[in-house]
Each structure stands twice: as structure tokens, then as C-alpha cells.
Design a binder for this molecule. Structure first.
Ligand SMILES: O=C(O)c1ccccc1N[C@@H]1O[C@H](COP(=O)(O)O)[C@@H](O)[C@H]1O
Length: 213
């Protein structure tokens, strides 16, 4: 089975096109203003329209107000919303019953307790995204966590891997974790917030090389 590939933090149509052409299955649009990868709502809506059929659009929010969340979903019409803050399973369960799109919840993995906490999101999220712990930003840190923790846990939900993935390490990450989805942002950039088309292509190729090995 092909690994799903999410390229996150796209800000313009050229990088959306490059990600799609390279074989990304998902693109991420970031509405978290403090991030160098954030885009205004209107730009996210325009980029959503640019994504070709077959490429799923993931809207990234961090502790957004419920009113803004509802507006963002209405304006952008994403396939998926990725919550990357401290959103509770109770909140996401209510939201999930009200919308007809996938809900993803990201966690910064410190230790085994993080993975147990993620299990509580059964029925509240469709997929868990395991990322490195927050630093100045809650994500997009370019750092990894201890992948071996993932193999020591009996997961209750489908999960994907994020955090410090790049073209050079994603093959090894997949060998070690057998993740069904990999997600990268800073690992395919030349500077914070500036995507590098060659790195996007190399990342996708490395994933496909793994899939075909
Ligand atoms: O990318 C960001 O700036 C960001 C900001 C706030 C929350 C999440 C963010 N990105 C997500 O974090 C993962 C890991 O990033 P990286 O590959 O380590 O740079 C990324 O894929 C996004 O889903």
C-alpha cells in the first residue's frame, strides 16, 4: 500500500502545484498566525481551489476559537482539519458530530503517556498525528522525537508521523515506524516558510522508494 504524503505549510500556487506533481496525497494550509507558514483565510480558500482532485486539503488550526474554526471550514472547505494545539477530545467529539469532514489531532510526543492520552480521542478524531514536542511554535519545529515509542504502544486510532522529517530521513522513519502517513513542513524548505520544490520532489521520491523496496 502507498504511504500517504502530506506537505504542510504551502503558501502559494507554485508550491501547491509542485506538491501535487511530486505525488503528495495531502497538502497543508496553515492558519496559525505566529507561524512563518501561515496564510490569510482568503489565500487558504484560493489555494484550496488550486489543489487538484485527488489531493486532500488539510487546514491547520492551533487553539482557534470555535467561531473562527466554523468560519474557516465554511470559507476554505477543506477535506480535513488538523488541530495542533491543546484541543480537548470533548470539544473535538462535539465538532466531529457537526461537520462532514475528517478531524485530525496532533500531539507532541514526550513519552509513552502522550500516546495513552491520544487514545482518548477515539470517536473524536479520525487520525492522530504524532509530532515532536512544541518549542517556540507548537509544530514546524524541524525536530524529531523518539520513534521507538510508537512501536511500544497499541494504538487505538490510525496515526501518522511528523516532526523533523526530510528527504534524507523519511525512508528510515518509515522502516522504523511503518507509518501510514508522513507529514513534513520545514524539512522541505530552504528557509523558514520558504518551500523548496526540489526538496518536495525528493521527499516524495524517498517515500515512493521506500514503498517500492
Ligand atoms: O509548520 C508550522 O509552522 C506549524 C505551526 C504550528 C503548528 C503546526 C505546524 N506545523 C506542523 O508540524 C509538523 C512538523 O513540522 P516539521 O516537519 O518538523 O517542520 C508539520 O508537518 C505540520 O503538520
Amino acid at each position: 500500500m502507498q504511504t500517504q504524503i502530506k506537505i504542510c505549510g504551502l503558501k502559494d500556487e507554485h508550491t501547491v502545484d509542485a506538491a501535487a506533481k511530486s505525488g503528495a496525497t495531502h497538502i497543508g494550509l496553515n492558519l496559525y498566525e505566529p507561524s512563518p507558514r501561515s496564510v490569510p483565510l482568503e489565500q487558504a480558500a484560493a489555494l484550496r481551489m488550486r489543489a487538484p482532485a485527488g489531493v486532500k486539503v488539510v487546514l491547520l488550526l492551533v487553539n482557534a476559537e470555535p467561531g473562527f474554526t466554523a468560519k474557516a471550514i465554511e470559507v476554505v472547505k477543506p477535506d480535513i482539519v488538523q488541530f495542533h494545539g491543546s484541543e480537548t477530545h470533548q470539544y473535538l467529539r462535539v465538532l466531529k458530530s457537526a461537520v462532514d469532514i475528517e478531524i485530525w489531532k496532533a500531539f507532541g510526543v514526550k513519552d509513552a503517556a502522550t500516546l495513552k492520552n491520544a487514545d482518548q480521542y477515539e470517536g473524536a478524531a479520525d487520525l492522530i498525528l504524532f509530532d515532536a514536542p512544541a518549542q517556540a511554535l507548537p509544530g514546524g519545529t524541524g525536530t524529531r522525537f523518539d520513534w521507538s515509542l510508537l512501536n511500544q504502544h497499541k494504538h487505538k486510532l490510525p496515526w501518522g508521523l511528523a516532526g523533523g522529517l526530510n528527504p534524507d530521513n523519511v525512508g528510515e522513519a518509515l522502516r522504523q515506524t511503518r507509518a501510514i502517513l508522513v507529514d513534513t513542513s520545514s524539512g522541505v524548505e530552504s528557509a523558514p516558510g520558504i518551500k523548496d520544490m526540489d526538496k518536495i520532489a525528493a521527499f516524495c521520491q524517498a517515500v515512493r522508494n521506500h514503498d517500492n523496496s
